[in-house]
Design a protein around this ligand. Sequence first.
Ligand code: PNS
Length: 171
Amino acid sequence: MTDGEVRRVTRAVYPGSFDPPTNGHLDVIERAAGYFGELVVAVVVNPQKRTPMFSLEEREEMLAACVANLSHVRVEHFRGLLAEYVKAAQADVIVKGLRVVSDFESEMSAAMMNRSLSNVDTLFLMTDQKYSFVSSSLVKEVFFLGGDVAALVPEPVLRVMSEKRTNLQRR
Ligand code: PNS
């Protein structure tokens, strides 16, 4: 970009495992939707960290229900490298949420790697502080051990989680 040239951001990609989506994710989605012409919530098919508890279909359906009222937000999925996906999707930026300082350490190197692979920058939004302790993995652990997570996940997510718990208890 040359001096004085302005690059307008229109299409942003918010990637994640969303296993399951939490109120922290939704907070980032709603706030990011206010900044970009188009926001694509991109669900990774095979998360690196662990086998997801919720199928790709379940994760996409939960997200679609959560963003149904946001007209310029859509849900997609991707396999493999995020950098390849954002290039193919012709995204202008990647959006990520940061909860605590320790998130920044891994996100910084991921942002640099993704930029070197795709020339697409990552913009960070701080999660609302009331969700700074909320992670998908903690929500799952608490819920499946009988804890109340109603304040931590959107209503469509709670419904799917409750169905899954009932199915697991039947086995
Ligand atoms: O919600 P998560 O699990 O923190 O999301 C992580 C995600 C999906 C953004 C990250 O694992 C990812 O980008 N995966 C795709 C594979 C990839 O591109 N790896 C190199 C990242 S620098």
